[in-house]
Every structure is written in structure tokens, then in C-alpha cells.
Design a protein around this ligand. Sequence first.
Ligand code: AMP
Length: 196
Amino acid sequence: MIVIFFGAPGVGKGTQASRVAARSGLPHVSTGDMLRAEVERGTTLGKEAEPIMRSGELVPDDLLVRMIESRLGEPDAASGVILDGFPRTRPQAEALDAMLERTGRGAGIVLVLEVPDDVIRERVLNRAKLEGRLDDTPEAFAERLRVYREKTAPVLDHYRSTGARVEVIDGDAEMDVVTARILAALGLGDNGKEVA
Ligand code: AMP
């Protein structure tokens, strides 16, 4: 099963994706976390990505596509993954479709988390105080929201037009309530096993 967490920055994709990963036993693949690890290690990729991430812009597609292709090729991803933060552009979505088709894995399930803008702005500013992420400043957040609207939201039209399964979840609730809604939409019981 390939689950694609989709939604604006700050809707709770990371938190919910890691919970669904724990319940389902599938690996949580967050491109933001992977990039932050590269920045931390000071790799060439990290050095290229850091200023882009700091500004709230997107890291180039070819880089992300190569990163995901190699991650999906790892043994623990054989039966599926929980994708968080990828795909973020139409070219990334098309590259993912091709990868899944090539490996016979079938299309993913797209989970769209919806939360009003004023709620996500508040969540992100709180996260900034707790985690000190380099892109949680008010300026970078505004840019990430703009980039989401311009480049990432159209990815949903791509999935709708290709007939992928798209589930819209109201994410404006307590964390546990949102998790329960997601597990129900995925047909996963409380113990993470698929419900017949
Ligand atoms: P996230 O933790 O998912 O909010 O990602 C943090 C930052 O990493 C984003 O604002 C982008 O700069 C970069 N990033 C993460 N995933 C992608 C992606 N799929 N395509 C381009 N840039 C990405």
C-alpha cells in the first residue's frame, strides 16, 4: 500500500504520517526529514538544499525524484510506504506514477488533510517555538503557503484526473480524532491490520 499524505504546510502531515506508519508497519518516508538530515550532515545535497528550504521554495524536482526512487528501492519499502511531503509538483507526481507502474505497485491512495489557514498559521508558529525549524519563520511560512497553492495544490487535480483514490480528511480536530479518521479511511483497524 502506498499512502500519499497531502495538504498545506502545517496541517499535521508529519505527525499523522508517523502514526499511520507505526500502526501499519510501513515505513514513514518524509522528504522534508530526509533533506533536513542531509543539511545536518553537511552533504553536497544538503548544502544545495539548505538556502532553498530556508526561503520556503521547493528543492528541484530531479533531486527529489532521485531521492525517492532510491528510497522506494530499499527492501523495507517493498510492501509499501507512507509518503509525507512527496509529490509536491506535477512532474514529481508523474515520476512517481511511472515508478509505481514500473515496479507493479499500483497507484497510491491520496489522503488530503484539510485545516483552515488561520489554524495552520498558529500551529506553525507554535512549532517554531518548540522545534526551531529553519523554515518556520512567518516569512518562510507565508512563502511555503504560496508555493503550496501555486505548485502543489494542482497535484490533486492530477490525481483526480487519473482516477486515483483520493480521501479528504477534516484535520481540524484533536490529534487522536484525526488519526482515527485516517485509519478508518484506509480501512485499517485499531491494531493496524486491514479490515476485510
Ligand atoms: P516539509 O518538512 O515537508 O515541510 O519540507 C520542508 C522543505 O523541504 C520544503 O519547504 C521544501 O523546501 C523541501 N522539500 C520537501 N519535500 C519536497 C519535495 N517533494 N519537493 C521539493 N522540495 C521539497
